[in-house]
Design a protein around this ligand. Structure first.
Ligand code: NCD
Length: 306
């Protein structure tokens, strides 16, 4: 039962609970009109302490498409946060009005603090450089829909694996499936955090390699998950400038890949995928953004128990 639960980390739901969410998302994709009023009278609060386009819009669009309504802020300076209100007090107040809340925050663990202070379902929409579980739901649904399964895949993750929260959540989630092999492609300075390497990959006995060269990895991948270098998490501009264009996927490099390799990206893209790749039938990142809305519709319905 997902009713009344929070979603803070990718492993909060079991594989079979995830399957239920994906099955519902697939039903919604086929006949969205059947779901147009199921959340009528329900209110979603979006508490965004950090910028967002897809995540916030897709949650808001999801709630509206279910017939529900939305309140919230996308700019903490317009709320009582500027007056120094704590997360605990903000969420207690929001729970007086809303039925479910989505929070993005620059500090790791902030949505967890919110969840401790309310019985209303709280969804982590990205906490600092830590986790982003609903992007992972999006990624898994996209992979499952296109590849037909989440097992037996060689998955390359490329770019900023240190600060990229989407990659941390995706690795944790995929590590539970059979026959998954990871190829972690990054410069030395942006390798995955130690807890991912030790607690997730090594402990679970997952096959993974860490490489610097994208060209070396491309020919063996079923999926290439590109990421942006997370400028806002760098301590100095110089390091960012040096690393930001380390990987650029272009049409020439795509020639090295399988003809059915999927290219994914959580977006926003900066330079890491050349625009010319958008027309390649293997580029799925805009479709992925669309799956994001459907999977969030399913998630909201499950957590509200409607
Ligand atoms: C990601 C995020 O916020 O972590 N964006 C998103 O939610 N789709 C990726 C990023 O900002 O690079």
């Amino acid at each position: 039962m997902l009713k009344g639960r929070h979603l803070l980390e990718p492993l909060d739901f079991s594989i079979s609970e995830l399957d239920d969410v994906f099955a519902l998302a697939e039903e919604i994709i086929i006949q969205p009109e059947l779901f147009a009023r199921v959340c009528s009278g329900k209110l979603l609060a979006t508490l965004f302490y950090e910028p967002s386009t897809r995540t916030r819009f897709s949650f808001e669009a999801a709630m509206y498409k279910l017939g529900g309504q939305v309140i919230g802020f996308s700019e903490p300076n317009s709320s009582s946060v500027v007056k120094g209100e704590s997360i605990a007090d903000t969420i207690r107040t929001v729970a007086c009005y809303a039925d479910i809340a989505v929070m993005r925050h620059p500090k790791e663990g902030a949505p967890k603090v919110a969840a401790y202070n309310t019985s209303m379902p709280v969804i982590n929409a990205g906490d600092g450089g830590h986790q982003h579980p609903t992007q992972t739901l999006t990624d898994l649904l996209t992979i499952k829909s296109i590849k037909g399964s989440l097992n037996n895949l060689t998955v390359g993750l490329c770019g900023d694996l240190k600060f990229g929260r989407t990659t941390h959540s995706l690795i944790e989630a995929l590590a539970r499936y059979e026959g998954i092999r990871f190829v972690l492609i990054s410069p030395e300075e942006l390798r995955v955090p130690d807890y991912i390497r030790k607690e997730v990959l090594t402990k679970k006995g997952r096959s993974f390699t860490e490489v610097e060269s994208m060209e070396e990895a491309l020919p063996i991948l079923d999926i290439l998950y590109m990421t942006r270098v997370q400028k806002e998490r760098f301590f100095n501009e110089e390091d960012y400038v040096r690393l930001k264009d380390r990987y650029i996927l272009d049409a020439e490099k795509m020639k090295l890949a399988h003809e059915d390799m999927m290219v994914l990206h959580p977006l926003p893209r900066v330079n890491e995928i050349a625009v010319e790749v958008d027309n390649d039938p293997r580029a799925f990142y805009f479709q992925q953004a669309k799956y994001g809305m459907f999977v969030r519709m399913a998630l909201i319905m499950k957590l509200l128990g409607v």
